[in-house]
Design a protein around this ligand. Structure first.
Ligand code: GDP
Length: 325
C-alpha cells in the first residue's frame, strides 16, 4: 500500500491503518522516515483537531484505571478516544511501565477507542517526536480526544505538556507532608489536579488533600488567559467512576474558553515553535556525539590546553565543523 492509500484509510478512521502508520513513524529507517513525512503531509491537510489531554502521575496513582473509566465515559457519549503514552522508563531500559498490554482491557476492546503502548528503546527525544507524529495521525483519523499519558518522573511532564492542549495531574490522597513532594514546576504545568481514589476509607483524606492542593494552586501565578477558578483541584474515583463527568465538564469549559480567547491557537503555534527548536538542538547534539566530532573536540581541547587556541576560537572552529557536518 502506498502512503497516499494509507493516508486515505486513516482519514476514513481505519484503526488498522492508523496502527500501521504509527509503526511507520516509529521506525528509524531512513526510507520509512521519508514515507512517514509524505504520509504526515498527506493527512495533515485534513485540518482536523482533537482535544489533546496530557495526563501525568506517579506509578500506582491510578492512571490506567482513570483512563479506562474516563475513556469509557467519553466513548459512551459517542466520542472517539485515542490513548498514547510517553514512557521515560522505556527510553532508558527498554522495559516499559506504560506499555503493558493487559492495561485498560475494557477500553482496548471498545470500537471507539484506540490504545497505543509506548515504543521501547527510543531516547526521550525520539519518543517525543514519535508521539507528536502519532498525535497528528490520530487527529487525522478523527479522534475527538487524544489522551497522552506519562509517568511523573524527570523530563517527561514537560514533553507531554508541550504537546497537550490541557494538562492534568493525577494525585493520590496523602498526608500534608507529601504535598511538598510535588515539584512546583509540575504544579505550574497543571490545568487541573485530580485527586484520585476519593472512595471508601480514602474519601475523607482525598477531600483534605484536594483542599490542600487547591490552596497551593491559588498561590501560583494566575494565568491571564484562563477563567476564574483555574487551575483547579477536584476529587475523582476512577474505580467508582465518580467525578469523571464533572472533570470532563471542566475540561470542556476551559478548552472552550481558550478557543474563544484565541489562546488555543496561540498555544499550538508556540508549541510548534518549541518543537522546532528542540529538534534543532537534538540534531546538533547528535552531531556532537559522532566519533568524528568527539575526536575533533578532543583535538581542539588539546590545543586549548596547550594555549595554542583560545577557548572561544576553538569553540567557533568546532561549531563550524558541526554546522558543515
Ligand atoms: P497507574 O500505575 O498509575 O496506572 O495505576 P493503576 O491504574 O494501575 O492503579 C494502581 C492501583 O490503584 C490499582 O490497585 C487500582 O485498583 C487502584 N486504584 C486506581 N484507581 C482507584 C480508585 O479510584 N480508587 C481506589 N480505591 N483504588 C484505585
Amino acid at each position: 500500500m502506498n502512503t497516499a492509500e494509507l493516508g486515505d484509510r486513516i482519514l476514513n478512521g481505519d484503526r488498522r491503518a492508523l496502527a500501521r502508520a504509527i509503526t511507520l513513524v516509529e521506525s528509524g529507517r531512513s526510507d520509512h522516515r521519508s514515507q512517514a513525512s509524505d504520509l504526515l503531509a498527506h493527512v495533515g491537510k485534513s485540518g482536523r483537531q482533537s482535544l489533546r489531554v496530557g495526563l501525568s502521575g506517579t506509578p500506582g496513582v491510578g492512571k490506567s484505571t482513570f483512563i479506562e473509566s474516563f475513556g469509557m465515559m467519553l466513548t459512551a457519549q459517542g466520542l472517539r478516544v485515542a490513548v498514547l503514552a510517553v514512557d521515560p522508563s522505556s527510553a532508558r531500559s527498554g522495559g516499559s511501565i506504560l506499555g503493558d498490554k493487559t492495561r485498560m482491557e475494557r477500553l482496548s476492546r471498545d470500537r471507539n477507542a484506540f490504545i497505543r503502548p509506548s515504543p521501547s528503546q527510543t531516547h526521550l527525544g525520539g519518543v517525543a517526536r514519535r508521539t507528536r507524529e502519532a498525535i497528528a495521525l490520530c487527529e487525522a483519523a478523527g479522534f475527538d480526544v487524544v489522551l497522552i499519558e506519562t509517568v511523573g518522573v524527570g523530563q517527561s511532564e514537560t514533553v507531554v505538556s508541550e504537546m497537550s492542549d490541557l494538562f492534568l495531574l493525577l494525585l493520590a490522597p496523602a498526608g500534608g507532608d507529601e504535598l511538598q513532594g510535588v515539584k512546583r514546576g509540575i504544579m505550574e504545568m497543571a490545568d487541573m489536579i485530580l485527586v484520585n481514589k476519593a472512595d471508601g476509607d480514602l474519601k475523607a483524606t482525598a477531600t483534605r488533600t484536594c483542599a490542600d492542593y487547591a490552596g497551593a494552586l491559588r498561590l501560583l501565578r494566575k494565568r491571564p488567559q484562563d477563567p476564574e477558578g483555574f487551575p483547579k483541584a477536584m476529587t475523582v474515583s476512577a474505580v467508582e467512576e465518580h467525578g469523571l463527568e464533572e472533570a470532563w465538564g471542566q475540561m470542556q469549559s476551559l478548552s472552550q474558553s481558550r478557543r474563544d480567547s484565541g489562546y488555543w491557537n496561540a498555544n499550538r503555534s508556540a508549541q510548534a515553535q518549541y518543537w522546532f527548536e528542540q529538534e534543532v538542538r537534538a540534531a546538533l547534539l547528535a552531531r556532537l556525539a559522532t566519533s568524528q566530532a568527539r575526536s575533533e573536540m578532543e583535538r581542539l581541547g588539546e590545543e586549548v590546553r596547550k594555549g595554542n587556541l583560545s577557548p572561544s576560537a576553538a569553540a567557533d572552529t568546532m561549531l563550524d565543523t558541526l554546522v558543515a557536518g
